[in-house]
Ligand binder design. Structure first.
Ligand SMILES: O=c1ccn([C@H]2C[C@H](O)[C@@H](CO)O2)c(=O)[nH]1
Ligand SMILES: [Zn+2]
Length: 129
């Protein structure tokens, strides 16, 4: 189960475009049994760079998916915890109990957190009723 996500996250990371930070990130999520992945894509206009999580979410939405069931993120040797913006993007399609696994470049799980732990008292789609 998580093994496929780990494999795909590592594969995505190998395609990252990160010439400025040199920090390559990959993410892979499962939605209705289908795995979607993404990598960070930086830009010479620095603020326009996009995160790996955003790429995986865009792939899921393009395929018609709306619910993230589990996600794996891989960056460097320390757990690559999603940035604040990505936590909010995950909230759009993930329930508070969504498991976010952070793995090492070797594929070992370093840290697992729920989305609620990463983004407590989140503002989400429910607020707009
Ligand atoms: O969870 C994260 C954290 C960082 N990055 C990217 C953004 C930027 O390209 C590089 C350095 O911050 O890593 C991600 O893609 N996901
Ligand atoms: Zn991010």
């Amino acid at each position: 189960m998580i093994q496929e996500l780990i494999r795909e996250a590592l594969e995505a990371r190998s395609r990252a475009y990160a010439p400025y930070s040199r920090f390559q990130v990959g993410a892979a999520l499962r939605c209705e049994g289908v795995v979607h992945s993404g990598c960070n894509v930086e830009n010479a206009a620095y603020p326009l760079g996009t995160c790996a999580e955003a790429g995986a979410i865009a792939s899921m939405v393009r395929a018609g998916g709306r619910r993230i069931e589990e996600i794996v993120v891989v960056g460097g040797d320390a757990p690559c915890t999603p940035c604040g913006g990505c936590r909010q993007k995950l909230r759009e399609f993930g329930l508070p109990d969504l498991r976010v696994h952070m793995i090492s470049p070797k594929g070992d799980v370093l840290l697992t957190r729920t989305l609620a732990e990463l983004l407590p008292d989140a503002f989400g789609p429910d607020h707009l009723g």
